[in-house]
Design a protein around this ligand. Sequence first.
Ligand SMILES: O=C(O)CCC(=O)C(=O)O
Length: 428
Amino acid sequence: MAIMDCISSAPIPSPSPPSKKDEDCSGPHHNHDQPLIFDAARLRYETNIPVQFIWPEEEKPSLKAEELLVPLIDLQCFLGESSDEAVRLAGEACRKHGFFQVINHGVDARLINEAHRCVDYFFTMPLTEKMRAQRKPGESCGYASSFTGRFSSKLPWKETLSFQYSPSPQDDLQFHNGRPVVEDYFINVLGDSFHPFGVVYQQYCDAMSSLSLRIMELLGLSLGVGRMHFRDFFQGNDSIMRLNYYPPCQKPDLTLGTGPHCDPTSLTILHQDSVGGLQVFVDDEWRSISPRTDAFVINIGDTFMALSNGRFKSCLHRAVVNNETPRKSLAFFLCPEMEKVVNPPSRLVDGQHPRKYPDFTWSALLDFTQKHYRADMKTLDAFSKWLLENQTSTTTTTPESATTATTTAIPISSSFCRGLQKTTGGNE
Ligand SMILES: O=C(O)CCC(=O)C(=O)O
């Protein structure tokens, strides 16, 4: 693989502690009138943690959480004779907390390694270089260094790079500037020299999209609606890929890498490096899911919870940091096409199981979480409440066959959202 070889030969700089004269507003004497800059190369050595990163007592992390034993589903068996067992295990986990792992998933280990190497390379570049990809207010893509522009408290101890992904139809090369969407993003934002990164992440996202469709078959069978129902629903998708980089923190008991939240998206496929830090809130306590290099961690998001009419759970999770080793994770968030109506198949709705959530589109929920509501464990309830209170248009409970919203995206009422923001405070 020439592209991978070319990236593998790129040197990854190793950071060193800053000299005293280099200290700036990311340091201990940070002047709070100046905007806070999350410069990981410096903050990783800082013992005086800026107050914006210190979480309230009741939300401070437990660094040693007991292991959550989630089912390990062998996807090769799912295609073979043990398929019933895989369907049963996935269904059981999704009804309880929505987390399981998959192995023998068919994704090339060299591709996963290259994706991690590119994360190392990107996030250890100087801040000014990374800022070339800076995320703009109200957008979900780009480089975000701890969300210092968006929130002023309970900031996560991390940096991310997020970008959009949609599978390119085979017959119609619906490419951007003649290139697939992820490749185009890297060239556009960071220049031609980042084309190899674009190639790696394009391949990685293609692999994640295919894997997510296989998992949708498993979930369709677990819910009793047939193998193809959700696979067909997500065949076209407007998904998001996020690279997470958690620098070491000298006071990891005060901070959080990612605050407690449920994913508003449909299905998350996470690959953790070997460091560890993912925790899930189950039975009233935080439990960890230790990394396995041969596995992906899968979890249900709010949108799939709505598609399953509340049968499958979207569960609260977070990431803790440590004081020694940077941690990386690769998160692929499967999302429906933007304007496709999200509603459960009729087999999941009856007298005993009335509709739990109104019809909505992913574009409306994304807008809600990006502009007005910080994703937490109540996002879907808050969004549903808002939809019901504000729906003046003619959207009805559409039949299963309907695939596209008949109304335009619903504008968010700012007075309603001001009320909401006061009561929330979770994640990006
Ligand atoms: O890095 C992790 O383990 C969790 C990441 C996560 O929850 C997210 O990116 O939403």
